[in-house]
Design a protein around this ligand. Sequence first.
Ligand code: CA
Length: 472
Amino acid sequence: MKHKIVSPTVLFALSAIFFPLAAAETGKPNVVFIFIDDMGYGDIGPFGSTKNKTPNLDRMAAEGMKLTDFYVSATACTPSRAALMTGCYADRISMDGRVCFPGEARGLNPEETTIAEMLKAQGYATGCFGKWHLGDMPQLMPLNHGFDEYEGIPYSNDMWVHLQKRDFPPLPWMKQDKAVAHIPDAPSQALLIDAITNATVDFIKRKKDEAFFVYMPHAAVHLPRLVKKEEGDRADGDATRAQVEAVDASVGRVLETLRELGIAENTLVFFTSDNGPAAGLSPAPLRGGKGGPRYEGNMRMPTLAWWPGKIPAGSVCSEIGRSIDIFPTLAKLCGGEVPTDRIIDGKDISSLLTNPDAKSPHSELYYEYEGIRQGNWKLVKIRKASRLFDLATDIGEQTDIAAKHPEKVAELEKLLVEHKAKVTSARRPAGAVANAKPILTEPGDLPSLAEYMGEANLKTVGTIYKTPPKKK
Ligand SMILES: [Ca+2]
C-alpha cells in the first residue's frame, strides 16, 4: 500500500466517491492538461508559425491566454514529465538524466505525490490518455500514480521494433493495466493521435457530471512521424506538418466536446510541449532544440491556457511560469493540498491566469544546472563557459555580452552554483522495481492498434524509421 497523506478533506473525498458532484456544483474547475511531445516554440499559429495551419489552437488562444514565457524543467521526455507530475525539479526526485526504457526497474517513485493523487483526494475523477514514460512496471504506471483510468503507450513511440540497432520488445497499447494491442506498423503509429483523442473525449463525456482531471500526453510530434494519408495530403505530403495539424485537430475535438457538453466555462485547459523541438520542428524565434545546451528554445514552450469566463479572452502573459508550478497552481484552483512533508519546488501562479497585472513569483529561473534567467538577463553554460544574453533585445541568443558584464556573469554563476547545491543536497530516490521486465516479449495474439481500431488497411504518409531528416 502506498502511503497517503492524511488531510482534512478525506471525508469530502470519500463522500465524493459515493455522491459525485459536477465541477460546476463543487465550484472546482475540471482540468485538461495537453502535453505535446517535442513540439517547438514556433510550431503553432499563435506563436508565429505560418507553415503549420492550426485553426483550433488559434481559436484557443483568441478565447484564452498565450503564455510567452512558460518553461518546462528539462529537455527530454522522462524528466520533463516527472517534473510536471510532481511539481518538483526532476533532479530533486532523481528522474533527471536519461529517459526510461522498456522493462526498466527505474521510474517515478510511488512515494511521490502526483497532480492526479492530489486532485483525486479532492474527489476528482482522473484519467491519463497517451504516452506515460515514467516507468512501465505496474508499480510505476498511471494507475499506481493516482489515475483512475489509463489508455496509451507506456513509453516513447520510437522504442519499437523498427528502431534500427536496438532490440526493443513489442510496443504495447495499454488499457488500464493490460496490453490490448501493440504497435508494429505504420498504420498503428499513424492512429496514435486519434486513439489518444478518442480515449480523452470518451472519458470527458462519461465524467461530465463529475469534477475531472485529464492528463493528455500526446505521443506526437515525436519521431517516427506517420500520419493518415488524408492528413498527409492536406499538408502537401509533409508528415511533420501533418502531425502538428493533426494535434491541432485533436485539441479542437477536445474543446468542442467541452462546449457541446456545456462545461467549457468550468474547465481549465492547458496546452504545452514537453521539451524543445526535435528534427524538422521549429524553435523560432528562439534558439535551441531538443536536448543540447539550455537556450530558450530548449525549454521555453508554446503554451496556451483556456478557461472561458475566467481567463481573459485574447490575453497574453509574459511573466515567467514553469511546468513545476502547475501542481501548486491546480492545488490552489481546485482546493487541493501541496505536500508539506517534503520539498515541492513549484509555486502557485494561478493569479497569472486571471489577473493581467499579476507578477510572477520567480525572480530567477533555472535551466537545470546549465542556465539561469534573471529578468531579461540570461546566462547559459556552453562547455563550462558562460555566455550572457539580453533577452529584451536578443531573444534569439545570438550576441554574447558576457565580456561586457563580468559582474552580472559572476552574480548569476553564483546563484546557479547555489541552486545546484540546494537541489542536490536534498534529492529523493527514484522508484525502483525488483524483477523488472518488458510488458510484452512477443505480440502473441494481440491485434495491432490499427486492427484494434478497425483500420488495418489504413494508408499512411511518413517513414517508420527514426532516422531524422538531414539538417540543411
Ligand atoms: Ca519529448
